[in-house]
Design a protein around this ligand. Structure first.
Ligand code: AVJ
Length: 326
């Protein structure tokens, strides 16, 4: 294989999670919960793309604005012959802004939980960036990340846009960052998008839009359980709720049972009281410096922080010391 060829590795269809096991554990718990990673089937992915286009959902366009404005500086920090590993790559839209400034990348390694999404993004990138080596990896990047060997690369830089790290509780986020620091040790780095704390009204409007797209996105989780796990959720008997928990610094999304009811999922039965919530997602918001502190505690050094004029969102670049701290 030469560097100038576009190489698209075959995507392995290894199961990355056990949906049924996680649903039974989550609905059997008290309080009830479901992991947010299961939002992203084909229907959920489409709904998420619509969320990103909503006026009320400021993170996507704000982050894209920051990337557009500072892409050259970001590319300079990423440096020559780097291997760019994107965690939760989705459609790779934001990556293109960086790729346009990185003609000498060693490889682009998109890591995503959805094989379908990954296959499409890889095809489209291969078409638009001839000469770019694209090495897709199907994985739940918040669990274990096993990367192909990258001995040709001068360094590994992780790209984690979208404030997706906000789904993790700060302690899990730190553990995750520590793993990423391990991947990027030896002069690499991390370019990460972080949503910022702000006015409650603006936050809540972003997660409870009046076009009800986020509500449909949330409820699709129950529809997906019905489709894939032989569930009998009555979608009309649950309501989307999203609120900012200021003490915890996070948006919490729930599906609230509108009545006392029982729901079957495969062989299991779950009882709900009227008003009982299922927590479906946390989305943590950070202070600019607060996140940098968290990253430092995971072994990173803060190099550069960019924000928009209104300080709604930030993109942060961290380096990793040559020798990883324990
Ligand atoms: C993809 C996790 C960054 O938390 O803002 C959007 C997901 N949920 N609207 C977020 C989401 C509801 C999103 N992340």
């Amino acid at each position: 294989m030469t560097q100038s060829q576009t190489v698209v590795r075959k995507i392995r269809a290894t199961p990355v999670h056990d949906f049924l096991t996680d649903v039974i554990a989550g609905l059997g718990g008290s309080p009830k919960s479901l992991p947010c990673k299961y939002f992203y089937d084909a229907a959920g992915t489409e709904l998420f793309d619509r969320i990103c286009d909503l006026d009320a959902y400021y993170p996507t366009r704000t982050e894209i604005g920051i990337l557009n404005q500072h892409a050259r500086e970001m590319a300079w920090l990423i440096g020559p012959r780097a291997r760019l590993v994107e965690l939760g790559s989705g459609s790779s839209t934001k990556t293109r802004i960086l790729l346009d400034q990185l003609p000498d990348l060693d490889a682009y390694v998109p890591v995503d939980i959805s094989p379908e999404y990954l296959a499409r993004a890889t095809r489209e990138l291969a078409r638009d960036y001839p000469g770019l080596r694209v090495v897709p990896v199907v994985a739940d990047s918040t669990k274990t990340i096993t990367l192909p060997k990258g001995e040709r690369a001068a360094r590994t830089v992780a790209f984690f846009p979208g404030s997706t790290i906000g789904n993790l509780e700060p302690e899990q986020a730190r553990d995750f960052l520590h793993v990423v620091a391990g991947l990027c040790q030896g002069g690499g780095g991390l370019l990460i998008g972080i949503d910022l704390k702000k006015d409650r009204r603006m936050l809540e409007a972003a997660y409870d839009d009046d076009q009800r797209v986020t509500a449909a996105f949330n409820l699709n989780l129950l529809a997906r359980i019905n489709r894939e796990l032989d569930g009998d959720f009555d979608l009309g008997a649950f309501r989307h709720r999203a609120f900012y928990d200021e003490a915890e610094g996070r948006i919490e999304m729930q599906l609230v049972s509108l009545r006392r009811q029982s729901v079957e999922v495969g062989e299991s039965v779950f009882r709900f009281d009227e008003g009982e919530p299922i927590t479906t997602e946390y989305s943590y918001k950070y202070e600019v410096g607060g996140f940098a502190e968290l990253a430092k505690s995971a072994g990173f050094t803060c190099v550069r922080i960019w924000t928009d004029d209104r300080r709604l969102f930030s993109v942060q670049y961290f380096g990793v010391e040559r020798r990883k701290k324990a």
